[in-house]
Design a protein around this ligand. Structure first.
Ligand code: KG4
Ligand code: ZN
Length: 341
């Protein structure tokens, strides 16, 4: 089966061609630079950029895959959650293509797609579900932080999510306080490499809470007060590195400990992670170490598949089509607030 998948839920325009689990192409045009000047994603600008980029990105995805549009068997797009006007661009375009080709259309939940991106690996990338096992999946990005129990393919239950800021938001906002450009996560990762993670002690919110929920706004506030009381610190390059390492250590410790605890409580032996923050090297290392200690299998999404992309949308859509999950009607609408259950 050959599918065209489109992702436009936030600030990445993504189009992929997937055939029998193989990613034939996965083109992403990121708008990060456009939004950097505003310190965050501007929804209206994002939608306009998607309008500008979608056709060129789709053309290169088809070209790279060596597929003509008539060879497609189905079309998929992110239906939600996301920015309404951004979602509309990809979702309506995908529906129009499906309508014109008279082929099935699949609307996908963006978070559900993240659950399966760690199963895509290799070069060229292939989604391999032959060794699939029940897992705890950590989805961690600029917009979401959640722990999900994935019992079997297409069957999952959300265990907890953030009650305020997402982990990526915490990286971005504390980085902004230090004068780093948006998005600050990758820069903090780089600076932290030569910093002392024990230099400053920041809170680990909800670390010992019985729930699987997260909270990062208290940590952000504590960094704000710390900088208010120690403004000279930002004049010292080494102290900035120490600060980055200390903030990163607090975020990573909470993510890793809560993920491992959820896996133990649910008696699963496999952990997966995806979302932009999964690019963070300290998180990848600490999660690897913890899973090794516990003898858990760990699948981390490839860095290109951590951030938003259409390959993961196409992979999940194909699984749904193969399992004959009921498809939405062609006149269905976007679901900007579509929470994963
Ligand atoms: O998944 P993503 O591209 O978009 C959504 O938010 O949905 O994730 C972007 C987030 C940003 O907050 C960014 O700062 C963070 O992922 N991020 C990182 C790293 N790379 C990206 N955070 C920490 N360390 C990184 N290396
Ligand atoms: Zn995402």
């Amino acid at each position: 089966m050959t599918l065209l998948a489109i992702e436009t839920s936030c600030d990445e325009t993504g189009v992929a061609v997937v055939r029998d689990g193989k990613i034939l192409s996965n083109v992403v045009s990121s708008q990060t630079k456009l939004h950097a000047g505003y310190g965050g994603v501007v929804p209206e600008l994002a939608a306009r950029e998607h309008l500008r980029n979608l056709i060129p990105v789709a053309k290169s995805a088809l070209h790279e895959a060596g597929i003509s549009i008539e060879q497609l068997d189905a079309v998929a797009a992110t239906q939600g959650p996301g920015l309404p006007n951004a979602l509309l661009v990809g979702f309506k375009a995908a529906q129009a293509v499906a309508f014109a080709l008279n082929k099935p259309f699949v609307g996908i939940n963006h978070h559900e797609a993240h659950l399966y991106s760690p199963w895509i690996s290799g070069e060229p990338p292939v989604a391999d579900f032959s060794k699939f096992q029940t897992n705890i999946s950590l989805i961690v990005s600029g917009g979401h932080t959640m722990l999900v129990l994935v019992e079997s393919e297409l069957k999952h239950r959300v265990l907890g999510s953030t009650i305020d800021d997402a982990a990526g938001e915490c990286f971005d906002k504390t980085g902004k306080m230090m004068g780093l450009a948006y998005p600050a996560g990758p820069e903090i990762d780089k600076l932290a490499e030569q910093g002392n993670p024990k230099a400053f002690d920041f809170p680990r919110p909800l670390l010992n809470d019985v729930s699987d929920d997260f909270s990062f706004s208290g940590l952000k506030t504590s960094v704000r007060y710390f900088l208010r009381d120690n403004p000279a610190l930002l004049d010292d390059a080494q102290k900035i590195r120490d600060l980055c390492a200390s903030v990163q250590a607090a975020i990573v410790e909470v993510l890793v400990k809560k993920t491992i605890r959820a896996a133990k409580r649910n008696a699963v032996r496999c952990v997966t992670a995806s979302g932009g923050v999964t690019c963070n090297r300290a998180l990848r290392n600490e999660l690897s170490r913890a899973c090794e200690r516990e003898n858990f299998k760990l699948l981390l999404a490839d860095k290109v598949l951590c951030t938003d992309n259409a390959a993961m949308i196409g992979v999940l859509a194909e699984r749904k089509l193969l399992r004959q999950v009921p498809l939405p009607l062609l006149d269905e609408e976007i679901k900007p607030g579509w929470a994963l259950a």
